[in-house]
Design a protein around this ligand. Structure first.
Ligand SMILES: C[S@@+](CC[C@H](N)C(=O)[O-])C[C@H]1O[C@@H](n2cnc3c(N)ncnc32)[C@H](O)[C@@H]1O
Length: 234
């Protein structure tokens, strides 16, 4: 069995919103991604992405995953919360020793945060103001060269933050996209990096209009952005 098959076998048993490619991308970023520091996940739900991140970091004997979620859903509280199922999934997936649950709102956790982060995965509230707050608050702890990745990057909130605060900022390079995830490394782009950011911005704007991302099939999206994928993408 390949590493990809092993990861997907475990990840598919956890309810969540990731495609297989996204799940394996998170595994690869956690296992092979640049920099030193912990991994922070904002928005765990039942732990699908948490498992992928933890399996990746554990496979390489690297840092733990801090999984920040208040476990009460979006605007309306999820009945009963998701912490119980999240914890069971960590145990069943064999990653309990690699995950530190942080059960609080991301902004409250961010105010107390002190550790360096090498991989920041943003998938909590998708409202623009919340995504922007999450990004600005937590990206301060991202080490040079560290990766920030957003899920649902074609939804209004993440879409605008990725475009305005990452791709147009002049502070991020090596940008890429796999299905609905957009990611970039915290390092000033050179000429090639700037071009790559512009290209991704253009492709993202073409894909956004007139189709709503929610209706866009991942395969179509992948085909259109194949030029900007990581060379070792899943
Ligand atoms: C889209 S789900 C995360 C999905 C998960 N990453 C996966 O792979 O299945 C969003 C999660 O963010 C959490 N959330 C929403 N707003 C939050 C906030 N302000 N602080 C902490 N967690 C929040 C919700 O409780 C929910 O579990």
């Amino acid at each position: 069995m390949t590493a990809k098959e092993r990861v997907l076998k475990v990840a598919r048993k956890v309810e969540g919103m990731l495609t297989d490619k996204e799940a394996f991308l998170l595994y690869l970023l956690a296992k092979n991604g640049p920099g030193r520091g912990c991994i922070v996940e904002l928005g765990s739900y039942k732990g699908k992405s948490t498992v992928c991140l933890a399996l990746g970091s554990k496979a390489a004997g690297r840092e733990k995953v801090y999984a920040v979620d208040w476990h009460r859903g979006w605007k309306d509280a999820v009945k009963g919360g998701t912490l119980g199922e999240f914890s069971r999934n960590m145990r069943k997936s064999g990653v309990r020793d690699y995950v530190v649950p942080v059960v609080m709102k991301s902004e409250d956790a961010g105010r107390k945060w002190k550790r360096r982060i090498r991989l920041l995965w943003i998938d909590a509230s998708h409202d623009y103001k919340d995504v922007r707050k999450d990004f600005l608050m937590w990206s301060r702890f991202l080490v040079d060269g560290g990766i920030v990745a957003f899920h649902d990057s074609f939804w209004e909130g993440p879409y605008r933050v990725v475009n305005d605060y990452v791709l147009k900022s002049g502070k991020y390079s090596k940008a890429g996209s796999v299905d609905y995830i957009a990611f970039a490394a915290k390092s000033r782009p050179g000429t090639a990096g700037k071009l790559r950011n512009k290209k991704l911005l253009l492709i993202r704007s073409l894909l956004k209009y007139p189709m709503r991302s929610e209706h866009l099939h991942p395969r179509l999206l992948n085909k259109a952005i194949k030029d900007v994928l990581l060379s070792d993408s899943p």
